[in-house]
Design a protein around this ligand. Sequence first.
Ligand code: IDP
Ligand code: MG
Length: 153
Amino acid sequence: MEQTLVILKPSCVARGLMGEVISRIEKKGIIITAMKMMQLDEKILREHYAHLVDRPFFPGLAASMMATPVVCMVLKGIDVVEVFRKMTGATNGRKAEPGTIRGDLSMSGQANIIHASDSVENAKIEIARFFSPEEVMDYTPANLGFLYADDEL
Ligand code: IDP
Ligand code: MG
C-alpha cells in the first residue's frame, strides 16, 4: 500500500488540535504506521522546504516550524497520497474548502496546521528524511477487511 508523510505543525500542536487531526485520519480509515514528536531545526527545514528556501517568507516559515515540537506521522492506504492531500485542502486556510483540515481549522497561509506529501515520489523521500526504517511499523489493523473490499486489496 502507498504511504505518505504528515507533519502536525506548531499551529496544530500549540492550538490543541492534534487529536482533532488524528481523529479525522482514523475515522477515514487511513492506517497510521509511525508517529513521533520532534523538534525541527534549520537544517532539516532547509531540506524539507528546499523549493521555498529562496522565497522572502522562508525565515518566517522556518521560525514558525520551530516554534514548538511537531508530530511526524507515516500514513498508509490505497492512493493515500492523493486522498490525504484532498483532506488537507489548499495551502491557504482562508481559501481551503470547508470540510478539509485547513478549511475547517486554519485562517492562515503559513500557520496551516499540517504538512502532507504531494506525490508518491516525494512521500518516499520525506519519510526517509523524518524516520529511520525501523521506526515505521509493518502494521495492518485487524479490521482491514472492513476498510476495503477484497478485490481492492
Ligand atoms: P503545501 O503545504 O500546501 O504543499 P507549499 O507551497 O509546498 O504548500 O508550501 C509549504 C508551506 O510553506 C505551506 O504549507 C505554508 O506553511 C508555507 N507557505 C507557502 N506559501 C507561503 C506564503 O506565500 N507565505 C507564507 N508561507 C507560505
Ligand atoms: Mg508542499
